[in-house]
Design a protein around this ligand. Structure first.
Ligand SMILES: Cc1ncc(COP(=O)(O)O)c(C=O)c1O
Length: 401
């Protein structure tokens, strides 16, 4: 049986055949270079061939009658896509708008808010750099106080994380900006528990779920947060330049895109659905990415990739004589493993040099982050990875000078 074709994958219903579609057998659906070991799906995703083809079909459809497409087809297609994304993430399509990436969505929220002197904004020390810079910008400008709450790494249990954040709340706290899954350290934070504590105190919560869609079984509406943004171009497999923003209905009237365009005064959806002329293909191809994943099965993807991440983390840490950064319950499809001290100082330029060396000399891509006093390799696992990739990384780490 040819397990390399999607046509075959579509018919799968028994576990053993489904298993055969993951790992090396799934590589043929992607454009990744021959011989490349790709353990960094988390940074920029990797678009599959069927989704690339769908994007090309979408572009050709636009070019057949650009004016009619923009004026008549696009508004309908965007709303239909929002409904499909809503179904997938547990939300109504009417509460969802599209943006190019999570950074833009975070900017739209933070720059729509009116902060002022005397207000405290909480975040964590694991917050992504671009988000932290945006927070610094808006807080400095408003003379509000930004408080990055320290989260120990390796990450303690969920209760300790919640307690740490709750104990940082003051009578002046108005906003929490929190990752669903951290970039450095790749930890799934206990979002529902955190959101419940903050909602009880009337504090708004903005979730950076850049890594959420495609890794987590999301039920955004039930989380009790104010905003949730997720990238569709990472784990969901849509073309780059596709993210969504969900806003609680009672906050939508206050939302403005960072780029003000024609319909800014006409409400949440009109304001975001027309940001000016651009290529809307990445948004409109999200349903094709969901269709591609459906051929593997959402549960099967989650089981395969999470299990691989947990096994790989334990194996690599044991072989290197180090530790894994997260317990299993906080490990998504990415796992971070400490590198031995011999790899050098905990500085990002040391990490970047190591990334380049491994890329050039071993044809292998892996993220390495410097934080909490050491270097951490972050391994990402998607449908095309298997344990042989981890052995190749181990070999590279053991031989690299
Ligand atoms: C936690 C987190 N937030 C935000 C981003 C930014 O995503 P984008 O570059 O798509 O805006 C990333 C990117 O890796 C991330 O890991």
């Amino acid at each position: 049986m040819d397990t390399n074709t999607l046509a075959t994958a579509k018919k799968l219903d028994s576990d053993d055949v489904a298993e055969a579609c993951f790992g090396a057998a799934a590589r043929s659906h992607f454009l990744l270079e021959d011989g490349l070991t790709y353990l960094n799906h988390g940074s920029y995703g990797a678009v599959s061939k069927p989704v690339m083809a769908a994007a090309q079909r979408c572009r050709e459809r636009i070019e057949r009658q650009p004016c009619r497409f923009m004026a008549e087809d696009l508004p309908v297609a965007l709303r239909k896509t929002a409904d499909r994304v809503g179904d997938y993430v547990g939300a109504k399509g009417d509460d969802i708008v599209f943006l190019d990436n999570a950074t833009t969505a975070i900017n739209a929220v933070l720059r729509s808010l009116v902060l002022f002197p005397g207000v405290d904004v909480l975040t964590t020390t694991l917050t992504y750099g671009a988000v932290m810079r945006t927070l610094e910008f808006v807080c400095d400008r408003a003379e509000a106080r930004l408080i990055p709450v320290h989260i120990d790494y390796p990450v303690p249990d969920a209760e300790t994380v919640v307690d740490r954040l709750v104990s940082a709340i003051t009578s002046r706290t108005r906003l929490l900006v929190i990752d669903h899954i951290t970039s450095r350290g790749s930890a799934v934070l206990p979002l529902a528990e955190i959101a419940a504590e903050f909602a009880d105190r009337g504090i708004q919560v903005l979730v950076d779920g850049a890594h959420g869609p495609g890794m987590l079984d999301l039920d955004v509406e039930s989380l009790g947060v104010t905003w949730y943004t997720g990238n569709c171009h990472k784990w969901l497999g849509a073309p780059r330049g596709s993210a969504f923003l969900w806003t609680a209905p009672d906050r939508q009237a206050f939302m403005r895109p960072t780029t003000i365009s024609h319909h800014v005064a006409n409400g949440y959806i009109p304001a975001f659905d027309w940001p000016g002329t651009k290529d809307f293909t990445p948004y409109l191809t999200i349903p094709d990415a969901l269709d591609f994943r459906a051929r593997f099965g959402e549960d099967a993807i989650r089981d395969y990739c999470h299990d691989l991440a947990c096994r790989a983390g334990d194996y690599l840490a044991r072989e290197l004589g180090t530790v894994v950064g997260t317990r299993e319950s906080m490990t998504p499809f990415m796992v971070s493993v400490a590198l031995p001290k011999r790899f050098g100082a905990a500085k990002q330029d040391v990490a970047d040099a190591l990334i380049r060396k491994i890329r050039d000399e071993y044809h292998l891509e892996v993220a390495i982050h410097a934080f909490e006093g050491r270097l951490w390799a972050r391994l990402s696992f998607y449908v095309y990875n298997d344990m042989e990739d981890v052995d190749r990384l181990l070999h590279a780490l053991k031989s690299v000078e």
